[in-house]
Design a protein around this ligand. Structure first.
Ligand code: NAD
Ligand code: ZN
Ligand code: ZN
Length: 341
């Protein structure tokens, strides 16, 4: 079968003759419908985020069950499913709570589960356990694939702050890409907070308006902080969701977040922040959430089935992987790119 594989630093190649795996035990062979293209792949390809290579890329996967291992119960050939990506050991306490994204054993596999192992940018993928599958019923796997990360990650980050997302407050979303464009829709669906969106191009800022942002600010404007402070007034922003995570966006977040606010750093841009007590408003919680839990993925599927969130998808073939990664590097994907075998 065909697969998009990482061989080393910036070395992504489409391989033609990979063997189709055979599921054993509780494993499941999935015929891939779509594999989302996440910016984290670029941190792995370009910035050496993982110390390993030689694996099939793609950690946002959906498709149809092709074959189940002899111990699998409750699934059959043809069922449409998502793959929960950040799988853990399956046995520790966080895993028992379905929070495999915070598995006690994550240090043995730095990014957990499906990152760094053979993923879904291929015709077939071997899923290590049927517990990692979430049925999608009537949803199209191509549209649904990015739910596993581009929707799950912002959903989990937003849920952490739900008690602060009140109708009289402001939330700032920095970066309206794959994750950010879904964050805007999730905020609209589960809160009534006024949304301010930041990005760096007019296209992305217009996109944010279409998705429900009341205000938009270009975060590269020299007076971006003042523009946001003018909108929020003395209250400032109760929640800031940073989907970029570079020095300048983290610095912006610290200046616009309110007392007792949440500054949530989701982007893996490698930014640094030099903490001093008197510069960060008192009571701020700075967190770096990672992905989401299995049950939260089920909730995300519920939002999509109710049509409260919709991933804007640009479809490409496996052979186009390198062109797609280039477009993503240049910020030229609207919503999420999905590779369709
Ligand atoms: P993306 O490329 O689809 O979107 C990034 C967006 O940020 C683009 O619209 C881009 O124009 C915008 N942007 C770039 N620089 C900016 C700036 N200075 N100010 C405002 N906007 C700016 O990326 P994505 O797939 O949505 O991922 C976003 C980040 O989240 C990446 O760093 C990715 O690795 C990370 N991520 C983290 C987790 C996690 O669990 N913590 C999960 C998935 C992705
Ligand atoms: Zn990702
Ligand atoms: Zn575990």
């Amino acid at each position: 079968m065909k697969a998009v594989r990482l061989f080393g630093h910036k070395d992504v190649r489409v391989v033609e003759n990979m063997e189709i795996p055979k599921p054993k035990g509780d494993e499941v062979l999935l015929k891939i419908g779509g594999a989302g293209v996440c910016h984290s792949d670029l941190h792995i390809i370009d910035d050496n985020l993982l110390p390993i290579s030689d694996f099939t890329l793609g950690h946002e996967n959906a498709g149809w069950i092709e074959e189940v291992g002899p111990d699998v119960k409750g699934y059959k050939k043809g069922d449409a499913v998502l793959v929960y990506g950040p799988w853990g050991c399956g046995h520790c306490k966080p895993c028992q709570h379905s929070q495999e994204n915070y598995c006690d054993h994550q240090s043995e596999n730095p990014l957990g589960g499906g990152l760094g192992l053979n993923g879904g940018m291929a015709e077939y993928m071997l899923v290590p356990s049927s517990r990692l599958l979430v049925p999608i019923h009537d949803l199209d796997p191509v549209i649904a694939a990015p739910l596993t990360d581009a929707a799950l990650t912002p959903y989990s980050a937003i849920k952490r702050s739900l008690n602060k997302l009140m109708p009289d407050e402001f939330v700032v979303v920095i970066g309206v890409g794959g994750l950010g464009h879904t964050a805007l829709q999730i905020l609209k669906a589960i809160s009534s907070t006024t949304i301010i969106a930041c990005d760096i191009t007019a296209e992305k800022l217009n996109f944010a308006k279409e998705l429900g942002a009341t205000y938009t600010v270009n975060s590269t404007d020299p007076d971006a902080t003042e523009q946001i402070q003018k909108i929020t007034g003395i209250k400032k922003a109760k929640v800031v969701l940073d989907f970029v995570g570079i020095n300048s966006t983290i610095a912006l977040g610290t200046k616009i977040v309110s007392l007792d606010g949440d500054l949530t750093l989701v982007g893996l841009g490698g930014g640094r922040y030099d903490y001093t007590m008197m510069e960060l408003p008192f009571g701020v919680s700075m967190t770096n959430p990672y992905w989401g839990s299995r049950t939260e993925l089920m909730e995300v599927v519920g939002l999509a089935r109710q049509k409260k969130i919709h991933i804007e998808v640009e479809r490409f073939q496996l052979d186009e992987a390198n062109e797609v990664y280039d477009k993503l590097r240049q910020g030229k994907i609207r919503g999420r790119a999905v590779l369709v075998p």
